[in-house]
Design a protein around this ligand. Structure first.
Ligand SMILES: [Zn+2]
Length: 194
């Protein structure tokens, strides 16, 4: 599939414009398959930036840098935080009942003391239930919000182009630009909710 060449908003030319996503993917491809890799966009980029024909070790370093610089934005999924506090209490209570049962037979002298602690724990959980759940819901919506932002940022990453002449990135059709080393910041900023 031929990539549409787009015009750089800074220099108004398209000769040294490259697709960020394609440079990234082709760099990975070339790291993996070396000379056998079919990487037309990357080869043109290396030629125009005066980096083609380097020895293998040096070339691999260039490619690894490109993977770093042109890679998509990423975010850590936070699975643990989405476990409901209610679930935690149910599991904890089951465990506590089992431990109480053990204590009843092995250390009867502290049994009622432990029962009292358990009851206090459950009582305070129910007293503060509303605010605990509210905090959990807030955290959960913040997490899914940040996942949305990352997804949107990756969508933008698929579209952005890079002008080698000006060393900047831009979204074709838009006038905003940013230096290449601010790629992730640019993508995240453009993806934040208004
Ligand atoms: Zn330009």
């Amino acid at each position: 599939m031929p990539e549409n060449k787009k015009i750089c908003p800074k220099c108004g030319q398209e000769g040294l414009v490259f697709k960020v996503r394609v440079i990234y993917l082709e760099s990975l491809e070339k790291l993996k398959n070396g000379e056998n890799a079919k990487t037309p966009e990357l080869d043109r980029f290396l030629k125009e930036s005066g980096q083609s024909g380097k020895p293998k070790a040096e070339m691999n370093k260039v490619l690894r840098d490109l993977v770093q610089q042109f890679g998509p934005p990423s975010g850590k999924p936070q699975v643990l935080k989405t476990i409901s506090p209610d679930m935690v209490v149910v599991v904890f209570s089951a465990l506590a009942l089992f431990i109480l049962y053990q204590i009843y037979f092995t250390q009867p002298e502290i049994f009622w003391y432990m029962v009292a602690l358990f009851v206090i724990f459950l009582a305070s959980f129910f007293i503060f239930h509303k605010s605990i759940i509210a905090r959990f819901q807030k955290q959960k919506s913040m997490d899914s919000g940040s996942i949305d932002v990352i997804q949107k940022a990756i969508g933008k990453w698929m579209k952005v182009s890079y002008c080698l002449r000006d060393n900047l990135i831009f979204e074709p059709g838009k006038n905003e630009t940013a230096p290449l080393n601010e790629l992730t910041r640019y993508l995240i900023k453009a993806s934040l909710p208004e």
